[in-house]
Ligand binder design. Structure first.
Ligand SMILES: C[S@@+](CC[C@H](N)C(=O)[O-])C[C@H]1O[C@@H](n2cnc3c(N)ncnc32)[C@H](O)[C@@H]1O
Length: 206
């Protein structure tokens, strides 16, 4: 049973954090590229749903283990032409057939899953050959001075923010999981503490 903090306070913190303007702008750089049958890992509050292109997407399945966040996602703004399902699942154990999605979308979720390698392996399994993994994640900074503070603060940060880690590699993890990354861009998002601001986004193929 989730604690009162996880059920009541954490959804409010995540709703605030994930709707900051620099983060909303990042979503627009990634999500409109999704096409065909789409799986979104850790759909959260559903902030990406408004950015899918109904001309390119045939259906969206969003999974998330949090019932509180799934309820918010179910009410989130989206184009009425989009067919959206929100399901209870974890990225590490996807209840879907092999090669069943054209796009897997993952924004600010690899920071929070228990086992990123298992989640990426599952994403590869469910992607069709030629499908794309579209991602935007915050993670381990390439600057040693920032990375040092990320490692120091991460134990407290992850406890307060529902298991979100600030010191996980992004592109390196994708490549270690067997993805071929393409079009990867990086930057520190503005108006945020640098330990949480390093972002990597782009596309990868299994
Ligand atoms: C920082 S929030 C981001 C939400 C959303 N992806 C977004 O971009 O706004 C992290 C999300 O990961 C979800 N999550 C945590 N563990 C997960 C897991 N094992 N599998 C899938 N999602 C998970 C959380 O419930 C939460 O919705």
């Amino acid at each position: 049973m989730a604690s009162l903090y996880e059920r009541v306070v954490l959804p409010k913190i995540l709703t605030w954090a994930c709707s900051q303007n620099p983060i909303l702008r990042q979503r627009q750089k990634v999500v409109p590229a999704a096409e065909g049958r789409v799986l979104e890992l850790g759909v959260g509050m559903g902030y990406n749903l408004r950015h899918y292109d109904p001309e390119k997407v045939t259906s969206i399945t969003g999974i998330d283990p949090s019932p509180e966040l799934r309820a918010i996602a179910s009410r989130a703004e989206r184009d009425p032409r989009l067919e959206v399902r929100v399901e209870d699942a974890t990225a590490e154990a996807l209840p879907f057939d092999d090669a069943s999605f054209d796009s897997v979308v993952c924004t600010y979720t690899l920071c929070s899953v228990c086992t990123p390698m298992a989640a990426l392996s599952e994403a590869r399994r469910v992607l069709k050959p030629g499908g794309r993994f579209l991602f935007c994640e915050h993670g381990l900074s390439p600057d040693p001075g920032v990375a040092k503070w990320q490692r120091r603060i991460d134990p407290v940060w992850s406890k307060l923010l529902g298991g979100c880690h600030i010191n996980r590699p992004v592109r390196g993890a994708l490549e270690a999981a067997g993805f071929r990354t393409e079009q990867v861009e990086t930057m520190y998002l503005p108006k945020m503490p640098r330990i949480a601001a390093w972002n990597e986004w782009g596309a990868a193929r299994p």
